[in-house]
Design a protein around this ligand. Structure first.
Ligand code: ADP
Ligand code: MG
Length: 247
């Protein structure tokens, strides 16, 4: 057993259930008894069909929603509201249109009163990591969809979150940009070692990115399978990915 394996899991969901009530109708169970663990530095893909409850899991971990039962532990401590140690990236990057790339990326630390001498070098580092070192003063409307998502990635990564929660972040991009973003994410992740939960309904995306894939089934959402993807990727995974034109 290595040293990391002896530490508590970075994130642990223990027997989570969640229902949503609508009007006078009885609450519909969306998640049933979900348990999972994310270890330090892992990139785990949560894969499942639309509507199975993937975003609900992410919203619970992010603290945007509350569980009906079960616990969410971050480094062994329960969490039930949002916090800066959990960065979130959505499908739509939601940049402030009136702020430059640099001002968007540094918005959080500036609002929190962090000194410029602290946040600026970090912002420069992350903008370089996502390949936007020459775009600090561009406005969002001057950028392509992929570039806007790279700004969102740098913004989420800037506070050095313990875990990055990504909800189908490349789902709105064309196939070529998407492949580029997957490669970029892999490269930034390898350089930073951040723990990532990446949600997708795309099997090939999960196989391309993940250390480990958790597969969900729907109604109510359950984790029905789990498999580890070894590094280096075995040939059959490469062939599978190449088959759909991403090779
Ligand atoms: P996925 O991300 O896998 O597509 P979601 O987690 O968004 O699935 O949704 C799972 C189910 O929960 C869906 O049937 C959705 O309509 C329902 N749901 C999600 N959020 C809410 C909410 N805030 N209120 C009511 N129903 C919700
Ligand atoms: Mg979703």
């Amino acid at each position: 057993m290595n040293q990391i394996a002896q530490l508590p899991a970075r994130v642990r969901l223990a027997g989570i259930s969640k229902s949503f009530a609508s009007g006078k109708q009885a609450a519909t169970p969306v998640l049933s008894d979900i348990s999972l663990e994310l270890e330090q530095g892992e990139l785990v893909c949560l894969l499942g069909p639309s509507g199975c409850g993937k975003s609900t899991i992410l919203n619970l971990i992010a603290g945007f929603e509350q569980t009906d039962s079960g616990a969410i532990l971050l480094d062994g401590s329960p969490v039930n509201k949002p916090g800066p140690e959990r960065g979130v990236v959505f499908q739509q990057p939601t940049l402030f249109p009136w702020l430059s790339v640099l001002d968007n990326v540094t918005f959080g630390p500036r609002m929190a009163g962090v000194k410029k001498s602290v946040y600026l070098p970090e912002a420069e580092r992350y903008l370089r990591l996502v390949g936007l070192q020459d775009f600090h003063h561009h406005m969002p409307w001057q950028l392509s969809g992929g570039m806007r998502q790279r700004v969102a990635l740098a913004r989420a990564w800037l506070p050095n979150p313990e875990i990055l929660l990504m909800d189908e972040p490349f789902g709105a991009l064309d196939a070529q940009t998407r492949l580029m973003m997957q490669e970029l994410l892999t490269s930034v992740w390898q350089k930073t070692g951040t723990t990532i939960l990446f949600i997708t309904h795309d099997v090939d995306e999960a196989l391309f990115l993940a250390d480990r894939v958790l597969v969900m089934s729907a109604r109510p959402g359950r984790i029905c399978a789990e498999f580890k993807i070894p590094f280096p990727r075995p040939r059959d995974v490469e062939v599978l990915v190449a088959d759909v034109g991403y090779g």
